[in-house]
Design a protein around this ligand. Structure first.
Ligand SMILES: [Zn+2]
Length: 277
């Protein structure tokens, strides 16, 4: 089985053929497969900067934090909810984690599918090359690739399941690539998410606004709220958590200094997982 078998050329839209060290279309557009086993399909014109997306430090902090298992209950819940809405025949399915970061959820959910005997091709994409490099290191059976969410190298109506967790959403691309009976699952932070962290960083922390993605072509079919407390027991974990949040860029220095003095931190985490059709 070719792990890149569903990808199309980002330039001309023709199927990409896996030629071992590279993927190529019949028009001669050629994309090298990196030694780590991922492919870069991001075109120069879709780059907002030289290295778009999460930086090396952010991607690495995220991976270290997620590898500690703090969000494992979320990964399990995403799988359980999704599998209730997916085609029960479990055959010839395509799963795309759109905005997969370091591939934590792609790998975790992918393994759950495999354990439940799904015949499923698994893909993860992100605009950050460093994030995809880390993701490819997790699982060589997954087709990880660098691309923009606003130009997804998938054919029309080719995906059964799109996961969009803590990432920008593209209504046009998601509705184009999703099969008629497919599902789009979105994950956003709930109002209490990381409130314990924010209470240290800010004098007057606000709750999150729970604004969902703008998806006018879809209707919400199901929604669950997941909330639990986590306890970070080391300065390293606290620093990693800060670095993977937007607060890293926005927090006044005094707030960061207060956080640096802590060797443990308790905070609620809260997620809203929505199934769209
Ligand atoms: Zn081409």
């Amino acid at each position: 089985m070719d792990k890149f078998g569903h990808l199309i050329c980002p330039v001309c839209g023709d199927p990409l053929i896996n030629k071992g060290p590279s993927l190529a279309c019949r028009h001669g557009h050629n994309f090298d497969v990196a030694g780590k086993g991922y492919v870069n399909l991001l075109l120069a014109q879709d780059k907002s900067s030289r290295e778009p997306g999460d930086s090396k430090d952010m991607a690495r902090a995220r991976k270290r934090f997620l590898d500690r298992g703090y969000y494992e209950p979320l990964a399990k819940s995403i799988f359980v909810l999704s599998s209730q809405w997916l085609n029960p025949e479990k055959e010839n399915m395509v799963f795309l984690d759109a905005g997969c970061g370091d591939g934590y959820y792609t790998d975790s959910i992918g393994r759950s599918f495999t354990n439940e005997s799904y015949d499923i091709s698994i893909y993860g994409m992100d605009i950050s090359r460093e994030a995809i490099r880390l993701a490819a290191g997790r699982n060589r059976d997954i087709g990880f690739f660098v691309a923009s969410l606003f130009r997804i190298p998938f054919a029309n109506e080719s995906a059964d399941f799109i996961l969009n967790a803590f990432a920008p959403a593209s209504n046009e691309e998601f509705s184009r690539i999703l099969k008629k009976k497919g599902i789009l699952v979105s994950v956003i932070p709930g109002k209490d998410h990381l409130f314990g962290l924010k209470s240290v960083l800010y004098e007057n922390p606000y709750e999150n606004d729970e604004k969902g993605p703008d998806l006018p072509s879809f209707r919400c079919a199901d929604r669950v709220r997941i909330r639990y407390d986590i306890r970070l027991g080391s300065r390293e974990d606290i620093a990693d958590l800060l670095m993977m949040t937007p607060y890293y860029w926005r927090t006044p220095r005094e707030g960061v200094e207060r956080l640096k003095e802590l060797s443990e931190l308790e905070t609620p985490v809260e997620f809203i997982v929505s199934v769209y059709k």
